[in-house]
Design a binder for this molecule. Structure first.
Ligand code: SF4
Ligand code: SF4
Ligand code: FES
Length: 250
């Protein structure tokens, strides 16, 4: 059977550093490597959403037939007979440059610094611009993918291009479509979005969004943003009055 005829998801065999491994036709190579217990650095991959190939850290060397090349593994499909090498000199050299670029892009991120140090990169030869000095965001887009593909809120997006590219709420004002679920905060690899709560308000800092919290009628504790309950309730035909008590008191 040729690769074109192999159904997506069919079990296939491929090789990692000379070891025969089982995978599924056309699954993400990085996903397969993770499942098999191999270590590959990455910052922008999440099984729950589409891949975007933004951080460029998940580099591996792949060989099919005689041709070998360096590629990001998160957006590379596994196929039968693929040979993968994880830590060749070419991978190490390219990965070092990617780490150096990330250190210049997000110099204030402890997560980027820690991961780079794990791979022996402690500084960058690239110029850190004045605007980037306090930056922690690596522009991986994971927050927006989760918001759109999982939450369905579509509240945030990239703006600008080149050195002006940024991940922001529309017009950099309060993101009106944000329901305050916190999913983006959870997945952000550099923890740079920020969620704050008082007994009354949940604030998603990076998106300038303040959301009043609904209080449980039984225990009085705030349990979710009112707007989140209204929005998600509407999707399943429920009203705000259907959410009077928190999960613990139900
Ligand atoms: S907190 Fe707001 S921006 Fe973040 S995933 Fe939820 S709805 Fe989207
Ligand atoms: S805020 Fe976080 S998840 Fe969003 S683009 Fe920046 S680093 Fe990625
Ligand atoms: S995990 Fe592959 S490019 Fe980020």
């Amino acid at each position: 059977m040729s690769h074109e005829d192999t159904p997506k998801g069919a079990k296939i065999t491929f090789q990692v550093d000379g070891r025969a491994c089982e995978g599924f036709h056309h699954e993400s190579l990085l996903g397969a490597l993770r499942r098999l217990g191999f270590e590959v650095p990455s910052l922008c991959f999440h099984e729950a959403v589409s891949t975007y190939g933004a951080c460029r850290l998940c580099l591996v060397e792949v060989q099919k037939g005689r041709k070998s090349r360096i590629t990001t593994s998160c957006n590379f499909p596994v196929t039968a007979g693929l040979q993968v090498r994880l830590d060749t000199p070419a991978v190490q050299q390219n990965r070092k440059i990617v780490f150096q670029l990330l250190l210049a892009k997000a110099p204030a991120s402890p997560e980027v610094r820690a991961l780079a140090a794990e791979y022996g990169v402690h500084s960058t030869p690239y110029k850190v611009s004045e605007e980037a000095k306090d930056n922690k965001c690596i522009l991986c887009g994971l927050c927006a993918r989760v918001c759109t593909e999982v939450v369905g809120a579509n509240a945030i997006a990239f703006s600008g291009r080149g050195s002006h590219k940024d991940m922001v709420a529309p017009y950099d004002e309060a993101a009106e479509a944000c329901i305050g679920c916190g999913a983006c905060v959870e997945v952000c690899p550099t923890h740079c979005i920020g969620l704050r709560e008082t007994p009354e308000i949940r604030t998603i800092e990076k998106w300038h969004r303040d959301l009043p919290l609904q209080k449980c009628e039984k225990c009085g504790r705030p349990f979710a943003p009112t707007f989140q309950l209204m929005t998600l309730g509407k999707r399943v035909g429920m009203k705000l009055s259907d959410f009077k008590v928190c999960n613990d008191c139900r």
